[in-house]
Design a protein around this ligand. Structure first.
Ligand code: MG
Length: 253
């Protein structure tokens, strides 16, 4: 039985990746007006994609949130030969966050899921590798703060993040349901789906580019959050019987 639902935040509840590109490119155009749109977009994409893996260092508790962003900014400016000094980095941060919050959008399948969970009395929590401050700002920006007032566990809660099993266990404790009774949904195959499965939860990988959803055992790949009620109702034994959704709802975004 599934008795609680735990959701990733970035690119599961809202379109963080797209908002990062729009805000990063917009701020780059302000800071380096003569560089041109190819550089502005490239800078923003590199800052988001983080090829050095600084976000991973942050989630393992090795560096602070500010240091993580500072390193990504420095690497991205260097990659495009852009001028960099401490004042410019501060201007980037000041200009970036308002643009990011304005650009951020909750996916259309989030509110229906939360309303369904409320109607059936299923506790819902958020477990994210972002920081307390950033997560609160994002939930507020998309109007979800009041909808998810209870269990919000971030990388700051324990000082490290997913895929460490301890953060999944802690989030389940906060929800008041054991790991074996909790479904985790997130968009990252390793950090979310792999981590939650290894920690003993039911694990659903959200792949919004997929056209069908399928589940078996305690793992699922779903194209939309609209499939989650089927996953919950189908978990009557200790694992899912093999099943699939052929996409009748996958256009729902
Ligand atoms: Mg995510």
């Amino acid at each position: 039985m599934i008795q609680a639902l735990l959701l990733d935040a970035d690119d599961t509840l809202f379109d963080t990746g797209s908002a990062m590109l729009r805000s990063g490119s917009g701020v780059a155009a302000e800071l380096w007006p003569h560089a041109g749109p190819v550089v502005w977009d490239g800078f923003a994409r590199r800052f988001r994609d983080d090829p050095e893996g600084e976000f991973g260092s942050y989630t393992r508790g090795e560096i602070s949130f500010a240091e993580m962003r500072s390193r990504r900014f420095a690497a991205s400016t260097a990659a495009y030969g852009l001028a960099l000094d401490a004042g410019l980095r501060d201007r980037f941060e000041e200009a970036y966050h308002p643009r990011f919050r304005t650009a951020l959008r909750a996916y259309d399948d989030v509110l229906p899921l939360l309303e369904w969970a409320g109607s059936v009395g299923l506790p819902v929590g958020v477990l994210t590798n972002s920081s307390d401050l950033a997560t609160a700002a994002k939930l507020a920006a998309v109007g979800l703060a009041e909808r998810l007032p209870g269990a919000v566990v971030t990388r700051d809660t324990l000082g490290f993040g997913k895929p460490d099993a301890r953060v999944f266990e802690h989030a389940c404790d906060v929800l008041g349901v054991g790991v074996s009774g909790t479904l985790y949904v997130g968009d990252d195959p390793v950090v979310d789906a792999g981590g939650s499965y290894a920690a003993g939860l039911w694990a659903a990988l959200l792949d919004r580019s997929a056209t069908t959803s399928a589940w078996a055992g305690r793992r699922a790949t779903i194209a939309s959050l609209a499939v989650v009620p089927d996953l919950v109702s189908g978990a009557t034994a200790g694992e899912w019987s093999p099943g699939q959704d052929l996409g009748r709802r996958t256009g729902h975004r």
